[in-house]
Design a protein around this ligand. Structure first.
Ligand code: ATP
Length: 229
């Protein structure tokens, strides 16, 4: 009997305003670490937690993602949230992909900062009935120790999601008897954020090294991030 290969797919949601090397280098490391067959970058039309008037138009954010993923054959960009328009809820996107690829194992990718805000997402408890998560450690001015992030996730899951989540050191994952697992990736892609890039552009600072050269050119040609926020 022919064995059917189950694809391992990472869904990487975000605003990507703009996409930067933290996103790309993080995704490359996760692809390898979790043997993912592909990672789909999904820019939000209107992210639930951000002011729509301050976000760059969706077409430009989408263009930048296409440029940034370049020729990596295992990276894709989906315009599903942009086509759906309005506020983008991850639960709707996850349901869409689960019904589109029936022979796949999905992982929703977030940074540490986004994951510990999960309780503010629509139907957040349901999300963990549907999909596994990969949480990337994320360095910031106030935090850089992956071990401390791990403990914080453990407390967070128990308090906000379900007390039966337990950490398994051998898998570097939080598992639950019924719900989906949460895998911790102690890669620290670099302390880069889109916010810092937008501020740097406004101040006329150099952004090479934190976005790809082509993205820096696109930002310049299109006059992005020059207006007061
Ligand atoms: P902003 O500064 O505008 O909030 P951002 O840099 O956090 O943007 P997003 O597009 O909002 O970028 O991020 C999408 C996802 O990628 C989120 O889950 C976020 O936590 C994660 N992420 C972004 N940058 C990094 C990074 N440098 N390291 C690890 N995770 C990151």
């Amino acid at each position: 009997m022919q064995k059917i290969k189950i694809l391992k797919i990472g869904l990487f949601g975000g605003t990507f305003d703009p996409v930067h090397l933290g996103h790309i280098k993080g995704a490359l490391q996760l692809k390898k670490k979790f043997a993912l067959d592909k990672i789909i970058f999904i820019p939000a039309a209107i992210p639930p937690h951000k002011q729509p008037s301050t976000i760059t138009n969706a077409k430009k954010r989408l263009d930048m993602l296409h440029i940034a993923i370049g020729n990596y054959p295992y990276f894709e960009v989906s315009d599903i949230e942009i086509k759906r328009d309005g506020i983008s809820y991850s639960i709707d996107t996850i349901n869409y992909f689960i019904s589109k690829y029936q022979k796949a194992a999905f992982f929703f990718i977030t940074g540490f900062d986004a994951f510990i805000e999960l309780h503010t997402w629509k139907s957040y408890k349901k999300l963990l009935d549907l999909i596994q998560f990969i949480v990337m450690a994320r360095a910031s001015a106030s935090r850089s120790d992956p071990e401390a992030m791990k403990t914080e996730i453990s407390n967070y899951l128990k308090k906000r999601i379900d007390s039966e989540y337990k950490f398994f050191k051998s898998k570097n994952a939080y598992l639950h008897p019924q719900k989906k697992g949460v895998f911790f990736a102690d890669i620290l892609p670099a302390d880069i954020s889109s916010t810092n890039i937008r501020l740097a552009v406004k101040k006329g600072e150099d952004i090479t090294g934190i976005v790809t050269e082509k993205i820096a050119d696109y930002i310049k040609k299109n006059g992005l991030y020059l207006d007061p926020v």
